[in-house]
Design a protein around this ligand. Structure first.
Ligand SMILES: C[S@@+](CC[C@H](N)C(=O)[O-])C[C@H]1O[C@@H](n2cnc3c(N)ncnc32)[C@H](O)[C@@H]1O
Length: 253
């Protein structure tokens, strides 16, 4: 995996590459550019596809925060949010941080764990801008953070480094796509070609079950098998996805 990496917050391109373990290569398939205070990933051979960046302040996730149904959303029910209960969550497959942001905006403290260096760099950039924002900065700094590493090997280390007691581990690994993937939104095509399918996802369930004190929640496409072949305690179905919930203990305030 190679990428050009440019970010003016790093003194040299070499230091940026070193920070995220990237290789500087002028023939790279992907390019990270830093413009107008935003880090964006583009796929160089498909310039028509919209670049990817993480934006918690405006755009789709901010809209969902304001108008998205609050604690009545399926993800909130799956994670166990209720009156007076806002669990501490480790999102072990953070991606672009959208689910994590929904949970944080509903009051959960969320530690995001992401193993892909470029995705982690995009998340870090999105957090930096959100932390500085006048409207959401205060609670974002309080509730949302990032750990770069694999949730299969270092989930417990991530929680220990952040000094949090983990009620819930949330997982949403990339599932291999069916033929219809041409229908996948354009933005997601760039993301999917960067990350690929998480073929080792079954290995996430055991460390998640070991760490969470209350429950593990797994987001799956409706046609997917149970993670690691383990039947959940309950299932919350939505239009295209389902949330498999593995309950360890009751949610209490
Ligand atoms: C489908 S995306 C998650 C999308 C996310 N829920 C959102 O709302 O934006 C899956 C992400 O999990 C990451 N991932 C998969 N396995 C992982 C692991 N073992 N440790 C950390 N991150 C992992 C992938 O790199 C990818 O970015």
């Amino acid at each position: 995996m190679t990428s050009i990496f440019y970010n003016r917050h790093y003194p040299t391109i070499e230091s940026a590459c070193e920070r995220w373990g990237l290789v500087y290569d002028t023939n790279a398939e992907f390019e990270l550019i830093f413009e107008d205070n935003v880090l964006t990933l583009i796929k160089r051979d498909e310039p028509k596809l919209k670049g990817i960046s993480v934006d918690f302040v405006s755009g789709a996730v901010a809209h969902r925060r304001k108008f998205g149904g609050g604690r009545g959303q399926s993800i909130a029910k799956a994670v166990g949010l209720k009156q007076g209960v806002s669990p501490t969550v480790v999102d072990g497959t953070a991606g672009l941080g959208r689910d994590a942001f929904v949970l944080a905006s509903l009051g959960c403290k969320v530690l995001m764990v992401e193993r892909h260096p470029i995705v982690a760099a995009l998340l870090e950039d999105g957090l930096r801008r959100a932390y500085e924002d006048a409207e959401i900065g205060d609670w974002m700094r309080e509730r949302m953070s990032l750990f770069h590493g694999s949730s299969i090997d270092s989930l417990a280390d991530a929680a220990a480094a952040s000094n949090i007691a983990v009620d819930v581990v949330y997982l949403d690994p990339m599932y291999p796509h069916r033929e219809k993937s041409a229908l996948v939104k354009k933005e997601m095509r760039v993301f999917q070609s960067l990350v690929g399918a998480d073929l080792d996802a079954d290995g996430l369930l055991a460390p998640a079950m070991a760490l969470a004190t209350k429950r593990v929640v797994v987001k799956r496409p409706d046609y997917a098998d149970d993670l690691d072949g383990v039947k959940p305690s309950m299932v919350i179905a939505t239009k295209k996805n389902r949330f498999d919930v593995y309950v360890k203990a009751a949610m209490t305030a």
